[in-house]
Design a binder for this molecule. Structure first.
Ligand code: ZN
Length: 178
């Protein structure tokens, strides 16, 4: 297990469409997921997608009980999600601030679907199907975007709400800075 280097915006590997995972329960997959959790926890991330460490697979992890980077966010269950498919459950969208470990030091307000269903499998191939809203739905949309080569700044519509974390959120725990 190891903390891997997180690729930063500008790296073309973050712009690829990821390949589906076809083999489940393998030692290689277990090792990759362990590295992803180590990397996410070391950076206080709310989630991490495999392409962020240069692995072009449809694999995301997310979840936390509390997170210093998002002190007001409700708990999200720790989840390993492969080959995900998202289905919005209404036309309703909501704005909320996001950061990204691949875009360090910045935050931006991003419109996301308020409610959605996500489906996929875990690392053993067991089906996952959940209907979620709010911050949980936002985290899933952010992570699944990484599998499509989309970084959150590409989704911003109001650039007056995009800036440096230390300027826009000066009260945030300094250890929480990207
Ligand atoms: Zn991200």
């Amino acid at each position: 297990m190891a903390v891997r280097e997180i690729l930063k915006m500008g790296d073309p590997r973050l712009l690829r469409v990821a390949e589906p995972v076809r083999e489940f329960g393998t030692p290689e997959l277990e090792a990759l997921i362990a590295d992803m959790f180590d990397t996410m926890h070391a950076a206080n991330g709310a989630g991490l997608a495999a392409p962020q460490i240069g692995v072009n697979l449809q694999l995301v992890i997310f979840g936390f009980k509390s997170n210093p980077r998002y002190p007001d966010a409700p708990q999200v269950p720790e989840t390993v999600l492969l080959n995900p498919v998202l289905t919005p459950l209404s036309d309703e969208m909501e704005e909320g601030f996001e950061g990204c470990l691949s875009v360090p030091g910045l935050r931006g307000s991003v419109p996301r679907h308020t409610r959605l269903r996500y489906e996929g499998v875990d690392q053993y191939g067991n089906a996952i199907r959940r209907e979620v809203d709010g911050f949980h739905a936002r985290v899933v949309q952010h992570e699944v975007d990484h599998l499509l080569g989309i970084l959150y700044p590409m989704r911003i519509t109001d650039f007056s709400r995009f800036g440096f974390t230390e300027v826009m959120f000066p009260d945030l725990d300094p250890g929480a800075d990207d």
